[in-house]
Ligand binder design. Structure first.
Ligand SMILES: [Zn+2]
Length: 165
């Protein structure tokens, strides 16, 4: 998936059995869209587990989704997978903006966990320049509903946002 046969995390060769990893871990969000998936080798995938990725990885992920959004959408369509770049970016923004500063371990690579300031991650996301969806988390549920992005909102008539999720 746009990775030239290399692991998204360590850039080593993926080998014969790459694994699809939820970049923002599934326990943190329910976004199955292709934009939240990366291919990783087993070592990285096992080491990352349910940890949130750290700033450099988030920057690389945001850039991938920004620069290869069209290709990702094509791949998703061809494999009948869900595509939702706004949800992926909005969920990431929401999660990192609610992390206590220096209080959450972030995965930086194999064997490397740090407690970087989540603000660094938010800056990386902002730099990628995606329009951000508005996010509503229903209390007591894992459902995330993303209402239309600003861009879509502008195009819609009567300002009615489409509900998804
Ligand atoms: Zn790897």
């Amino acid at each position: 998936m746009l990775q030239a046969g290399r692991c998204f995390y360590c850039r080593g060769p993926l080998g014969a059995r790459p694994e699809a990893d939820h970049f923002i871990p599934r326990v943190r969000c329910g976004v199955d869209a292709v934009e939240n998936l990366v291919l990783a080798d087993r070592v990285c995938n096992n080491d990352k587990r349910d940890l949130l990725p750290g700033p450099p990885l988030v920057a690389a992920w945001a850039r991938r989704n920004e620069h290869h959004g069209g290709r990702l959408a094509q791949l998703a369509k061809a494999s009948r997978w869900d595509t939702d770049p706004e949800a992926a970016s909005a969920v990431a923004r929401s999660i990192y903006s609610h992390l206590p500063k220096g209080g959450t371990p972030l995965w930086l690579g194999i064997g490397s966990v740090g407690k970087e300031d989540p603000a660094t991650v938010l800056a990386a996301l902002a730099a990628a320049g995606r329009p951000h969806g508005r996010l509503l988390v229903l209390p007591g549920s894992k459902l995330w509903h993303v209402f239309g992005t600003e861009g879509r909102h502008e195009r819609s008539t009567a300002g009615i946002n489409r509900t998804r999720g």
